[in-house]
Structure formats: structure tokens, C-alpha cells
Design a protein around this ligand. Structure first.
Ligand SMILES: [Zn+2]
Length: 86
């Protein structure tokens, strides 16, 4: 993408949001997807990520069309209510 989107300040901490290519965890209908090198606004202070409507649409389109994926990785899961804090 050549156009740089102008992001407003972070709605969590008020920090500056700059466009970067970043890895993104995306949850859709209970599944977790990881997109790499996504152009997104990243808060320079707290790291919160912001997607433009266009990028979010392309991500959901990719998930819905169910094409081949680059790769699938196992993701470790832990239920915190099962962990005893001693
Ligand atoms: Zn922030």
C-alpha cells in the first residue's frame, strides 16, 4: 500500500498512532487468525493497533473466502480459572 492513512490519537492513552507493517492477531467467530505485515496504525505509547476500514474488510474477505493459508500454527491455550495461584 502506498497511501498512508492519517490516524487519530490513541483512544486508550492519547499517544501518537503511526502506520507500520505489523503482525496482527485477528479473532473471527471464535477462531484466531494471524496476519503478518499488515499496514495498521500502531500507538507509539501503548502498542494498541488500529485498522482502517479497508484493511479490516480485506482481512474478513480473506477469512470468508477460505483460501489456502500461508501456514497454520498450533497455538497454546491455557484456562486461567484452572490455574492455582499459590
Ligand atoms: Zn495508546
Amino acid at each position: 500500500m502506498t497511501t498512508t492513512h492519517q490516524y487519530s490519537d490513541c483512544s486508550f492513552c492519547g499517544g501518537t498512532v503511526k502506520e507500520e507493517h505489523t503482525d496482527l492477531d485477528y479473532r473471527y467467530r471464535g477462531n484466531l487468525y494471524i496476519f503478518q505485515n499488515v499496514p495498521a496504525g500502531v500507538c507509539q505509547q501503548c502498542g494498541e493497533k488500529y485498522l482502517t476500514a479497508d484493511v479490516a474488510k480485506r482481512i474478513e474477505q480473506k477469512i470468508k473466502t477460505n483460501e489456502r493459508w500461508e501456514k497454520t500454527i498450533p497455538v497454546p491455550v491455557e484456562d486461567f480459572s484452572e490455574v492455582s495461584f499459590v
